[in-house]
Design a protein around this ligand. Structure first.
Ligand code: MN
Length: 440
């Protein structure tokens, strides 16, 4: 996997003539994430984040590798994501050269645009979205609420559990979500009722962008799975827990999950994350060995990612009082029971075809400690133990006006840390469903 080797683009001493990028907490020259942006009145187009600016790739196209004609794809990165990893690595090395070598400055600098003047869009046209459940602490915490003696179902350590989600309702950071209405039946209710969710929650996840696809009927061997991952993002799988509890039997999540999913708009490439690859946690000796199609020694030794993850919340009241966001949890992406490669290999193991720009969610990532739990369902133990906010307000689940921000930062000794940018969204009140006569 030559494209995942450490090269000059990761060198801590590499600096940019674009000085604000040096020591930038999210987007130093070692990151170079891909995205789609626009300024008011302009069409969305590809760009790369550097410091607080975006390089307009179309503006500097004459300086890029000649096989990079994918920008003709316009307002989506699907064609770029679908290129072989070597092409993506060539682009990265060239961008790193252009931004570090002062001799290119006069030709590249006119292509820099302040991010604050831009709107960031979904980076790809997402054909399909699937969500997994690889956070074993999350699965255990949630399972305990329903089955205290037997929280993990018997398949959990054999199968990367997942379900097919909904691509149409994925939105980039910043787009507000509307509190969904739906059907719920509490344990003491005689009958189900329909109305706005009373148990709105977030889920802290990583998103995995699919690169090269596979043909229908052609599984992806686990050793090849990293080739098919073109990047990562932060993903908030908004969830209506009351609808979920009522509807999920027997086919799994449906309307409790598909009303809105928020993602961070920058595609953090596998090349940028190469220094932060780390060993997958060793399985408990009592755990079953994965079946061979899910096992690869290289994946076990390098297939996890050292990314610190954080969730914070502000309420309407906190923002009015100019209070700092309340940090709800801080966890790590190493707390995944299955790796990204295992997720991809499993998804394609039956011959299901994945396409460039498909998105896979990891599932909620929680650690062992309460301070690392990635949803309110876990932190408040199903709403039984409310969280106290710095404003004195309490939260069992989310209220209208609450804003959730996910952030992520990859860190490793000897390397420049890189960030994911934000996955932010605010909750708007439910829309009433008006009775409409069909007699007109
Ligand atoms: Mn989820």
């Amino acid at each position: 996997m030559a494209w995942l080797e450490i090269d000059e683009t990761h060198a801590p001493e590499r600096r940019s003539w674009h000085a604000e990028a040096n020591e930038h907490p999210e987007f130093p020259i070692q990151n170079l994430p891909l995205g789609i942006f626009s300024r008011p009145g302009e069409k969305p187009r590809p760009g790369v984040a550097i410091g607080n600016h975006i390089i307009d790739l179309f503006a500097i196209r004459s300086l890029l590798p000649r096989d990079s004609d994918w920008w003709l794809d316009g307002g989506q990165l699907n064609a770029l994501l679908g290129l072989p990893p070597a092409a993506r690595r060539d682009l990265r090395r060239r961008l790193s050269e252009l931004l570090s070598d002062n001799s290119y400055r006069s030709r590249v600098e006119p292509g820099l645009i302040a991010e604050r003047d831009c709107t960031l869009h979904l980076p790809a046209s997402i054909g399909d979205y699937s969500d997994f459940y690889v956070g074993i602490h999350h699965a255990t915490n949630v399972g305990k609420l329903f089955r205290p003696d037997n929280p993990l179902l018997p398949n959990y350590k054999h199968v990367p559990i997942g379900y097919h989600g909904r691509a149409s309702s994925i939105r980039p950071s910043g787009v507000p979500l509307v509190r969904p209405s739906g059907q719920a039946k509490g344990p003491d209710d005689a009958a189900p009722k329909f109305g706005p969710t009373a148990r709105l929650d977030y889920e802290l996840e990583l998103g995995i962008w699919i690169g090269e696809g596979n043909e229908l009927g052609e599984p992806i061997p686990i050793g090849q799975a990293p080739r098919h991952v073109a990047g990562y993002c932060l993903l908030n799988d908004w969830s209506a827990r009351d609808f979920q509890a009522w509807e999920y039997v027997p086919l799994g999540p449906f309307l409790a999950k598909n009303f809105h999913t928020s993602i961070s708009p920058w595609v953090i490439t596998p090349e940028a994350l190469a220094p932060f690859r780390t060993a997958q946690a060793v399985r408990d000796p009592d755990d079953p060995a994965p079946l061979p199609y899910l096992w690869d020694e290289g994946d076990q030794s390098h297939g996890a990612l050292a990314i610190r993850l954080k969730v914070s919340l502000t309420s309407t009241h906190m923002r009015a009082a100019r209070m700092e966001p309340a940090v709800l949890s801080q966890g790590s992406a190493v707390d995944m029971y299955w790796t990204a490669a295992q997720i991809v290999a499993h998804h394609a193991s039956n011959g299901c075809n994945l396409n460039p720009g498909d998105l896979l969610g990891t599932g909620t990532i929680s650690g062992a400690e309460r301070s690392t739990w990635g949803s309110l369902l876990e932190i408040t133990r199903g709403g039984a133990e409310p969280v106290e906010l710095p404003s004195g307000e309490q939260r069992r689940f989310l209220e209208d006006g609450d804003e959730i921000v996910l952030t992520g930062r990859a860190e490793a000794p000897g390397y420049v840390p890189i960030g994911f940018g934000e996955c932010r969204a605010r909750i708007m009140p439910a829309k009433p469903i008006l009775p409409i006569s069909n007699k007109e």
